[in-house]
Write a protein that binds this ligand. Structure first.
Ligand code: FES
Length: 203
């Protein structure tokens, strides 16, 4: 009996020693990074005070990042406002060039206005509520799909709710012999601005 107890006690002691050895082996095998993380976590969340201070520091950090965000606003990359529309003689009399509508919002037109043959750039924006009209070659007019306003080839409105003609962009003959359109400048017929030589090229 006494022998059995002694054997049992010896077995328990052996087991304890083997666990300790195993723990030490595990500790020794743990990577330095894991140990570091454990220490940081214990430091940050080891008590109510530490947890509270960590939360406070995190709140201040978020506030600081939000403030910095306002100090550095988004960079706005704008599309160029001028474009080349080819040489004037590529347009036959009465032609409406629709190639620049999608990218620059302009039709290049060779037509007669006020008895004067000219090339001008019409702004592809309806003067009712701003939709993009379409050029209908068969009907020789610009038609707005939103509420039905219609404009003649010279830009004058004649049907629908649009209260005034289409606008023109600035246009000139550049040094390289091509038409250059500047979409940063507009000209309104009802203000008498279509007389300005900056909004047409004689054709
Ligand atoms: S937006 Fe063109 S008719 Fe209304």
């Amino acid at each position: 009996m006494a022998g059995e107890a002694a054997t049992s006690a010896t077995g328990a002691a052996d087991e304890t020693v083997s666990w300790e050895v195993a723990d030490r082996a595990t500790d020794a095998g743990a990577t330095p990074r894991r140990g570091f993380l454990h220490r940081v976590l214990r430091l940050l969340c080891g008590s109510f005070l530490a947890t509270g201070l960590t939360a406070l520091a995190a709140t201040h950090l978020i506030w600081l990042l939000g403030t910095l965000r306002f100090l550095f606003p988004n960079v706005l990359i704008e599309a160029p406002t001028t474009f080349r529309a080819g040489p004037p003689d590529q347009l036959s009399p009465g032609a409406v060039d629709t190639r620049y509508v999608a990218r620059f919002g302009a039709w290049i037109v060779r037509y007669v206005y006020d008895g004067r043959p000219q090339i001008y750039a019409l702004r592809a924006v309806c003067t009712h509520l701003g939709c993009t009209p379409q050029w209908l070659e068969a009907e020789q007019k610009f038609k707005c799909p939103c509420h039905g306003s219609g404009f003649y080839k010279d830009g004058m409105h004649f049907e629908g709710p649009a209260p005034r003609p289409l606008e023109r962009y600035a246009i000139r003959l550049a040094e390289d012999g091509q038409l250059e359109v500047d979409t940063s400048r507009t000209f309104q017929q009802e203000l008498g601005e279509w007389q300005d030589p900056d909004c047409f090229v004689d054709a």
